[in-house]
Design a protein around this ligand. Structure first.
Ligand code: GUN
Length: 292
């Protein structure tokens, strides 16, 4: 078994982006500027947004973090999105999800200018993705595809099973891995909570991707010998041995499955860093698309 090391691959990408920033500086061009809106104090969201800001610092991008209380009215958030759409100094921005229940996530997502939607969540970008037209790819699926590519994992003709059909991971990934590209050209099965015979379906997978947010859901008996395993899960579980009292746990029972597979992503240090690297790639692209 070999680890698919997302930290190392993301580090490589950050270096390439840092070089691009230096080139831009030398040429007197604008430095990419990412803004992030964070509502509330959800632990996971705080960690992710913090990591996004840190990645900007490492690469040399500018970043702005805008925070609101949990109780922020939807109109205030919409007004902020509108002002970021119009702010020429901001090249791309994200609104960290999930949002509190009183805010309509789709309404917020749809209010973002697709040209600044570096998360790739706007219907225009998702539509472009489906049609393989230029646009922003959602960060987690794009990060997974980049991880496969940079680690020379053959996908052509392979059977890929994705567990979880979310709008931001499973559904877009099923399209990206199924299309005529490299990585791609997989025969994709998108499994979900109503799938029958899930274990048998997973056993047929050359590439098995778990994105459901249920710790240890994928066990060794579900995995084909030599399969490639991608674990998107990042659930916080209690861990009294750690000072902070928790650790991250993936959707795959790592110790069991690692014995059987050819490649596997660790949690943490697998898909997470690649998601952030993809967001950085999209941010540079947002500025280049404007011809700046
Ligand atoms: N919540 C979980 N993943 C993501 C992501 O990639 N972007 C945003 N904005 N929110 C998320």
């Amino acid at each position: 078994m070999q680890l698919l090391d997302g930290r190392e691959t993301a580090e490589q990408i950050r270096k390439e982006l840092a070089e691009a920033v230096q080139e831009r500086k030398k040429a007197g061009k604008k430095i990419p500027h990412l803004a992030a809106i964070l509502v509330g104090n959800d632990g996971g969201s705080l960690t992710y947004v913090g990591a996004k800001v840190k990645a900007c610092d490492q690469i040399g991008f500018e970043s702005t973090l805008i925070r609101y209380d949990d109780s922020v009215p939807e109109e205030i958030l919409l007004a902020k999105v509108k002002s970021l759409n119009e702010d020429k100094s901001i090249d791309g921005f994200i609104v960290q999800l999930p949002l509190p229940a009183h805010i309509d996530e789709l309404k917020i997502t749809q209010a973002i200018d697709p040209k600044k939607d570096v998360d790739g969540f706007h219907p225009v970008n998702l539509g472009n993705m489906v049609l393989n037209l230029p646009g922003f790819l959602p960060a987690t699926p794009a990060g997974i595809v980049e991880l496969l590519k940079r680690n020379n994992i053959v996908t052509e003709g392979k059977k890929c099973v994705i567990i979880g059909r979310s709008n931001i991971v499973g559904t877009p990934l099923s399209i990206m891995l199924g299309r005529n590209s490299n990585p791609g050209n997989c025969t994709v099965t998108l499994a979900h909570s109503r799938t029958q015979n899930l274990k048998e379906i997973c056993q047929t997978a050359d590439i098995l991707i778990a994105a459901i947010g249920q710790p240890d859901f994928v066990t060794a008996d579900m995995v084909k010998e030599g399969a490639v395993i991608i674990d998107v899960g990042t659930t916080r579980v209690e861990d009294k041995s750690r000072a902070r009292g928790w650790r991250l746990k993936g959707d795959v029972n790592f110790d069991e499955v690692a014995q059987k597979c050819s490649f596997i992503t660790p949690v943490p240090g697998g898909v997470g860093p690649m998601t952030i690297a993809s967001l950085m790639i999209n941010t540079l692209k947002a500025m280049e698309l404007k011809g700046k």
